[in-house]
Design a protein around this ligand. Structure first.
Ligand SMILES: C[S@@+](CC[C@H](N)C(=O)[O-])C[C@H]1O[C@@H](n2cnc3c(N)ncnc32)[C@H](O)[C@@H]1O
Length: 309
């Protein structure tokens, strides 16, 4: 997009008039390899792309699930009055997260294909951790131009094991790029930002303390609690509250949000809850089954949503 003087390698305009091909907002889950699926989507239909790809941790991501049942001859005896329990390992959704040195070769073509789908005032959010985020930042700066880089959002949490040999890694990073970074040319709904408590409320006066403050680029937020209604059982599911904040601030009602590493469909739920459409893509049949069930109410036209699966 040369008109804003960007120095990046990617040209995202003109848009070719394909915007009308998807009704707004659509609500769709597509099972398939995202490179092919995204290339077949129309241009410029999404105001926001959020992706949470595998982080290249070097192992398979699987959330181990077990069923524990009372059984007189069970192999475990942990209960009240020495009650015995049998423990069954359940089939658990999983996905591969081993890419070695080829991570950028896998991710970047998919990002390029996805960027075609963004409106000229759209935003791209890429959720990663310290394994790959620095390499992806440099690659995206080259592709889009450094002037389109807006924020590095740190999602900090505090849960799980703490190794004694290094600082426990307890944050993810979300890179935000705006296709048109000029003031007023991208969506940033300041008034939609949720308020958080002041750290020292007594220093700011009662009114301000009551209202709370807007968060910075460091977002403290718990992971999805193990026994919460939100938990779907899909590995590495992201908290709905994080996605709701992103959707509210970086898109408008009736816009469409695209996520082509969709997993359990957190982006879709956040979009639907705030009257946005969604297009969710995942190659895993298990992920798509979870999404269909999680988003059934919206896919079936409840909550005022159009029917479109
Ligand atoms: C980190 S998970 C996404 C989790 C999601 N944000 C959530 O809250 O549940 C990454 C997803 O990308 C999917 N995936 C990986 N490679 C893919 C590809 N080439 N095409 C489509 N989906 C892919 C995996 O199946 C997995 O569900």
């Amino acid at each position: 997009m040369k008109r804003d003087g960007s120095k990046g390698a990617l040209s995202v305009g003109p848009l070719g008039g394909a915007e009308a091909a998807l009704p707004a907002p659509t609500r769709r889950i597509i099972e398939g390899e995202n490179l092919q699926v995204v290339a077949a989507l129309p241009a410029a239909f999404a105001r926001l792309i959020y992706i949470d790809p595998p982080f290249n941790t070097g192992h398979e991501q699987q959330r181990k699930r077990i069923r524990v049942k009372h059984a007189a001859d069970g192999e475990r005896r942990h209960g009240f009055h020495g009650r015995r329990y049998s423990v069954t390992r359940l089939a658990s959704p999983s996905y591969q997260d081993r890419f070695g040195d080829s991570y950028l070769d896998v991710l970047m073509p998919r990002l390029e294909a996805g960027l075609r789908c963004l409106t000229p005032d759209g935003s791209l959010m890429v959720h990663l951790d310290a394994n790959e985020v620095h390499y992806v930042k440099v690659a995206l700066d080259e592709l889009l131009g450094r002037d389109r880089f807006m924020n590095e959002i740190i999602w900090a949490y505090d849960y799980g094991a703490r190794p004694r040999t290094r600082w426990p890694a307890k944050h993810d990073t979300i890179l935000w790029y705006a296709l048109d970074p000029r003031k007023g040319r991208y969506v940033f709904n300041y008034d939609e930002i949720d308020r958080i408590p002041y750290m020292a409320p007594r220093l700011v006066g009662a009114d301000k303390a009551e209202r709370g403050k807007t968060p910075t680029d460091v977002w403290w937020n718990t992971i999805v609690p193990t026994n919460s209604r939100e938990k779907t059982g899909y590995p590495t599911q992201k908290p709905l509250s994080i996605l709701e904040r992103i959707v509210r601030v970086h898109s408008n009602p009736r816009d469409t949000v695209l996520d082509f590493f969709a997993g359990s469909g957190t982006t879709g739920e956040a979009a639907a809850r705030h009257d946005r459409g969604f297009v969710l893509v995942d190659s895993s049949a298990e992920a798509c089954a979870i999404m269909r069930s999680r988003l059934a109410a919206w896919l079936n036209g409840a909550h005022g949503a159009p029917r479109d699966a």
